[in-house]
Design a protein around this ligand. Structure first.
Ligand code: HEM
Length: 178
């Protein structure tokens, strides 16, 4: 049995990731209760930390796919890529995306950003980023089953999508142009 199949059965990285997620949400809830008004800045700090972790994965995973697409199925290299991709997705990217969404929506609700134009535009780009996350998740499963059909050139191009979205999102939230 390959290590990745064993891990999927035991679900240990996923369990650890969701424990970390629970701890983050509990600590944030405690900060909100204890700090009152000052909680907004603390929650924003945790939101940005989660976004950095999410983006690290969004930029690195397609890069792994670029090399994995050229690796021979069943080779030691291909099996190593499978473990790296699975762990990146379950331990880092999934929990980080959930924390970024939950805290981002809380911030918007608290400050009343739901009626601002820049926030609507940011939300559209973040939804596109989340769609890209879903696409990478499906691709990671296909790679794990040796069923990837996309070329290394395709993944090289896909690698640019999160970068472009990230630039738009950061400009919108910092400059708030409209
Ligand atoms: C997942 C859904 C997301 C929601 C609902 C959301 C929402 C928000 C809200 C309401 C704020 C507070 C804005 C303020 O107080 O000025 C904020 C801050 C911020 N967000 Fe997000 N966000 C999300 C994802 C992202 C992503 C993907 C990025 C970057 C790629 C990002 C980058 C930032 C940054 C840098 C700040 C701090 C801005 C500042 O303090 O001036 N967010 N976000």
């Amino acid at each position: 049995m390959t290590e990745i199949v064993k891990e999927r059965r035991l679900g240990s990285p996923a369990v650890r990731a969701f424990v970390a997620l629970g701890v983050t949400v509990a600590l944030t809830a405690a900060a909100i209760l204890v700090l009152g008004q000052a909680a907004y800045d603390w929650v924003k700090a945790v939101h940005v930390i989660a976004v950095i972790a999410w983006m690290a994965g969004m930029l690195y995973l397609p890069r792994l796919f670029v090399y994995h697409a050229n690796a021979v199925a069943g080779s030691e290299l291909s099996e190593t890529f499978k473990i790296m991709e699975y762990r990146l997705m379950t331990i880092i990217m999934n929990p980080a995306m959930i924390v970024a969404w939950v805290l981002g929506l809380w911030l918007a609700y608290q400050a009343g950003w739901f009626s601002s134009g820049w926030f609507h535009a940011k939300l559209a780009l973040v939804l596109a980023l989340s769609g890209m996350h879903g696409l990478l998740s499906v691709a990671s499963r296909r790679f794990a089953e040796d069923r990837n059909t996309k070329s290394s050139r395709y993944w090289r191009m896909m690698n640019e999508v999160p970068t472009v979205l990230m630039i738009g999102i950061v400009v919108l939230v910092i400059v708030k142009p409209f």
